[in-house]
Design a protein around this ligand. Structure first.
Ligand SMILES: O=C(O)[C@@H](CO)OP(=O)(O)O
Ligand SMILES: [Mn+2]
Ligand SMILES: [Mn+2]
Length: 511
């Protein structure tokens, strides 16, 4: 058994500051540009370290930016987990994706009935939701099975990659199709429509009508389609590329979704399946990785087992936790921290903080932080709650707008919220462990494929701060190791609660 530092075990707070990355002060660093006296003082006076939150340390391909799903999963699991993008890449490297028997059967059936294959997904190399290069395997498989009509329904990004780059990525899609000898871009739509996660079904319906029935603006070229957006790549209006001909989905066709991440594509997948069923079109559907859709879609690459993490350990020990976040990050502190498991354990309470009206993150960088903070301080004050797990979304969500001034305001609002939470924790005799889940706001520009520097709202590969505020009277402050990873969070939290790490956790307690 490892030698453990004696800590005064007791109740605490695990606070995830979403998108809180570390980078040297710079003009394009929203965190260093913001006035954050509380976070500054915490980092100067409390035990802290930097935790790796990207690449291999969490279960991603080397050099890949972290994201909220893998970040929260690893925080909960106490070990790196091979993420869906890594598993897809392994299948590609092993040659098993293009030869997958289920894919083969679907393509064989489609070819035999002279049906079309529709490939739908995000076209960029942001590697959070999808990777455009994965298409080459699917296109090669389609060509090998002699599926003559292969239609690409391209979703443009501008969020995980610099805005204004979608034409470059769509040129790459066309190149991949040319190399494979199969496929042409039939429709184009921005991720704002096709990957809505706020439950705005009207947006998703427009993407469904585009793909299923060819309803949208008509354009003669990708450039014409993309330049019709007044709000960047994310909001390219649903557009039919006329040169591709009739690409509507017909009875007997097949659809393969090539996003590997589920959360933002599942609403589209569900609504498209509904529309096809309602109109009597039988269509085989497959997805690259497993989706959390209402109706199950067979996945070409299965997901990793993420069980045995913090939630299971808390349940086994009978420790009560309250999970709090606003809508954007609610499933991260519940479903993902719990290892992609939607069971609400008997000792768990889930609080989803809702707001008024449609979110406008630039106009309201405070989002619903006041309500989140109130929910957190209420839970912190409860004597029956052992652990409060909360996510403060602003730094990441506002960071995604790429708007530096709004993101600075989001950082300042978060700083004030942390102050209130620390005050409440102190009054309740709790420790607080604050950590980022991946970088974002510490780097608000990026070099684009054309060599220029553009505003950038996406994630980074930077490490994240991890700081422990000991409970009042909890003895001398520990010194943390110089470097940590997100896998160390759950073992450290369990240690602070007076428990051993779980048997499947390879992360270590930092104390
Ligand atoms: O908003 C999202 O879908 C991604 C970025 O594309 O961010 P996060 O991983 O923080 O959810
Ligand atoms: Mn996040
Ligand atoms: Mn994000």
């Amino acid at each position: 058994m490892s030698a453990r530092a004696p800590v005064a075990a007791g109740p605490g707070v695990l606070l995830v500051l979403d998108g809180w990355g570390h980078a040297p002060p710079a003009e394009d660093n929203a965190l260093s540009s913001a006035r954050t006296p509380v976070l500054d003082e915490l980092l100067a006076t409390c035990p802290s370290t930097l935790a790796d939150a990207s690449g291999e340390a969490v279960g991603l391909l080397p050099g890949t930016v972290g994201n909220s799903e893998i970040g929260h999963m690893v925080i909960g699991a106490g070990r790196p987990l091979p993420y869906d993008s890594l598993l897809v890449q392994r299948a590609i490297d092993a040659g098993t994706l293009r030869t997958d028997s289920r894919l083969g059967a679907t393509l064989g059936r489609t070819a035999a009935s002279s049906g079309a294959l529709h490939l739908i997904g995000l076209c960029s190399d942001g590697q959070i939701h999808a990777h455009v290069e994965h298409l080459s395997e699917l296109l090669a498989a389609a060509a090998a099975h002699r599926v003559d009509r292969v239609f690409l329904h391209a979703i443009t990004d501008g969020r995980d990659v610099a805005d204004g780059t979608s034409e470059t990525y769509l040129a790459r899609v066309a190149e991949l199709a040319g190399q494979a000898g199969a496929g042409r871009i039939a429709t184009v739509v921005g991720r704002g429509y096709a990957m809505d996660k706020a439950g705005d079904l009207e947006l998703t319906e427009q993407a469904v009508a585009l793909v299923a029935d060819g309803r949208g603006t008509r354009a003669g070229s990708v450039r014409e389609a993309v330049s019709a957006s007044a709000r960047g790549d994310e909001w390219v209006p649903p557009t039919v590329l006329a040169p591709a001909g009739d690409a509507t989905v017909r009875d007997g066709d097949a659809v393969v979704w090539f996003n590997f991440r589920s959360d933002r594509i599942q609403q589209f997948a569900d609504l498209l399946a509904d529309r096809l069923t309602a109109t009597g079109r039988r269509v085989d559907m497959l997805s690259l990785a497993q989706y959390d859709t209402r109706t199950a879609i067979p996945a070409l690459v299965p997901r990793a087992d993420a069980s045995g993490g913090l939630a299971d350990e808390l349940a086994a020990a009978g420790l009560r936790s309250v999970r709090i976040a606003e809508a954007e990050k609610f499933e991260h502190v519940t479903y993902y921290v719990n290892g992609r498991d939607d069971t609400v354990r008997a000792v768990e309470e889930h609080v989803r903080v809702t707001g008024d009206g449609k979110p406008d993150y630039v106009a309201r960088p405070g989002m619903n932080l006041d309500r989140v903070t109130r929910a957190v301080t209420d839970a912190v004050a409860r004597a029956d709650v052992d652990l409060v797990v909360a996510n403060l979304a602003n730094i990441d969500v506002v960071g995604h707008t790429g708007n530096l001034a709004a993101t600075v305001t989001a950082c300042e609002a978060t700083d004030t919220a942390v102050r209130d939470i620390l005050d409440a924790a102190r009054a309740a005799g709790r420790w607080v462990l604050a950590v980022g889940d991946h970088g974002n706001a510490e780097k608000m520009t990026k070099r684009a494929p054309d060599g220029g520097t553009r505003p950038y709202g996406g994630h980074t590969t930077n490490p994240v701060p991890l700081v422990i505020v000991p409970a009042p009277g909890g003895g001398s402050a520990p010194v943390l190791p110089e470097r940590a990873t997100l896998a160390d969070v759950a073992p450290t939290v369990l240690h602070l609660l007076g428990h051993e790490p779980g048997s499947v956790m390879t992360g270590r307690s930092l104390l």
